[in-house]
Design a protein around this ligand. Structure first.
Ligand SMILES: C[S@@+](CC[C@H](N)C(=O)[O-])C[C@H]1O[C@@H](n2cnc3c(N)ncnc32)[C@H](O)[C@@H]1O
Length: 517
């Protein structure tokens, strides 16, 4: 598991302590740095001598935000990346505290499997018999102790204070006792202890890198299926545990990255018109507020540009009709619509969920309306209703999202192998509809944000085998053609697969199917 916090300085956590003795003993005010990391260096494993009841009763706002995020994820099935910014605003955290809350909530969620294994060794009953709120407080405490290098006394005082403030006085003694046991070892020492005598590589990787075993197996199989060595798995799992850089795209012909560059963004090296954000609130940029510059993973940018860039043999895309079959929330549709607008083509963006169709309209808001239309409906019907009508079709189908685990810290623990099987029929029906909707001579790009063979090559292989009028174009070459360096090395067996540990993008898959003229 990533120990990102170990590179950072320490936080004695006492700034918002409410004046507990333990904090005064820790020696000086805490200051989080600009990333929300801590200042004081070096291991400080001394504990407060006060009983939990004598220590701080106030919840540090940043820890409270992290706790609320974990609670919402566990009890309301919420998404951390959506809840966190709302809670940060509600609690009016400054930049440093927001950084600390982000690292704490994302880290505790990502590391949940590993922390639960450690906590199980420290609690005298099965974890599912604990009050879920206590378990979340323990996970937050464990992440501070094991991966953020918050001094033990601060992690203890503050987590116990949090528990007293939001759960009640009773559990604080239990939390104090359990976290003292957790703090007795470093993360590497815990891993060595828990893995003593273990020979199963999957189990070892699962615990060390905090991924469920079935996902370790699935990702290893995906690597091999897409032509990479199985030994890449460690780098891939580590990349899933690192915070992704936020990428920006300037809509072609409409947006500019100048304002982003003035605010510290760096030029993107993989694809034209992209930038790596310097962080902070992007809403302060006028170009982001007016929608001409958007947040979008570089993998998604490459895929959308590859669809628009395939040479259909008639030299120009002017007058072409494009279809985005599964458009919500509209990231790729916005880029496609801007490219269509620039080149005299038009885009139909389809999305069945009305609230997501609304998001698509918002995403397309900066592009002249003459270039696009939104359809709210089932993509499976489009092929029948509008057969052989489109020159280019993007089928960015619903998938397990195993390629975007770094963005959604809780999703790895929510997903199950059954999800992959359940999605298969819908993915196949959507691809068949896309194939029905494309004109002879046109192309369908089948895209997933998952590298899993059952969602990628198996679906495409089934579609190709069923009909004689289809051929696979070389998606690796199509991606290279729109990349700045000219060689992404993503191609394999005519499909292409991006990887977080190789390309620093989400693990997007793309196959480009041409309907023979
Ligand atoms: C992977 S997301 C698409 C992401 C989008 N292309 C983007 O770049 O923002 C899949 C989308 O498919 C939609 N979807 C689910 N069932 C569908 C169906 N039967 N027909 C069309 N779209 C569907 C989901 O609501 C979701 O918005």
């Amino acid at each position: 598991m990533s120990e990102s916090g170990r590179r950072g300085p320490n936080n004695n956590g006492s700034r918002d302590s409410g004046g507990g003795q333990g904090n005064r003993r820790s020696g000086g005010a805490s200051k989080r740095d600009a990333q929300g990391r801590e200042r004081n260096r070096g291991p400080q494993r001394g504990f407060s001598t006060n009983a939990p009841s004598q220590r701080t009763r106030r919840a540090d706002p940043a820890r409270l935000v992290a706790f609320e995020v974990l609670r919402a994820v566990a009890s309301e099935d919420a998404y951390a990346n959506l809840v966190l910014p709302v809670r940060i605003r509600e609690h009016r955290l400054d930049k440093r505290d927001a950084g600390f809350a982000t690292e704490l909530s994302y880290g505790a969620l990502r590391g949940q499997g590993t922390y639960d294994a450690i906590l199980s060794a420290c609690v005298d009953r099965p974890l599912d018999q604990l009050d879920p709120a206590i378990l979340d407080a323990l996970r937050i405490g464990a992440h501070q102790l094991l991966a953020m290098r918050v001094p033990a006394h601060a992690a203890l005082d503050q987590t116990v204070g949090l528990a007293r403030a939001v759960i009640g006085a009773g559990p604080s003694a239990l939390i104090n006792a359990v976290l003292r046991k957790v703090a007795a070892r470093t993360l590497p020492e815990w891993l060595d202890l828990l893995l003593d005598g273990e020979n199963d590589e999957t189990r070892i990787a699962s615990l060390r890198h905090a991924h469920p075993e079935w996902i370790v197996r699935a990702l290893r199989q995906s690597l091999v299926n897409h032509g990479r060595p199985a030994s890449d798995i460690t780098d891939l799992l580590e990349a899933d545990n690192a915070a992704p850089v936020v990428n920006l795209v300037a809509l072609p012909g409409l947006g500019s990255l100048d304002e982003a560059f003035e605010n510290g963004a760096a030029r993107g090296e993989l694809v034209e018109g992209s930038a790596l954000s310097a962080g902070g609130d992007l809403g302060r940029l006028e170009s982001v507020r007016n929608g001409t510059t958007r947040v979008q993973d570089v993998g998604s940018q490459l895929v959308a540009r590859a669809v628009a860039g395939v040479d259909l043999g008639h030299g120009t895309v002017a007058g072409e009709k494009w279809l985005d079959l599964c458009a919500g929330p509209g990231g790729k549709a916005a880029l496609l619509a801007a490219l269509a607008n620039e080149n005299g083509a038009t885009l139909l963006a389809n999305e069945p969920a009305p609230h997501r169709a609304k998001l698509v309209r918002q995403a397309l808001g900066a592009v002249p309306e003459s270039a696009w239309t939104v359809r709210t409906g089932d993509g499976r019907d489009v092929g029948k209703e509008q057969p052989e009508s489109f020159d280019r079709v993007l089928a960015d189908v619903p998938c397990s999202g195993l390629g975007a685990l770094r963005r959604r810290p809780e999703s790895r623990w929510r997903r199950s192998p059954k999800d992959i099987g359940d999605l298969g029929p819908l993915q196949r029906e959507l691809l068949n509809s896309a194939i029905d909707a494309v004109k002879p001579g046109g192309v369908v790009a089948y895209v997933t944000c998952s590298p899993h063979p059952a969602e990628t090559t198996a679906v495409v292989g089934d579609a190709i085998r069923k009909r004689e009028d289809l051929e696979l174009l070389d998606a690796g070459l199509a991606m290279d053609a729109v990349s700045l360096g000219g060689s992404l090395g993503a191609g394999h067996d005519k499909t292409a697969q991006l990887w977080p540990h190789v390309h620093q993008t989400d693990a997007m898959f793309i196959a480009i199917i041409r309907k023979k003229p």
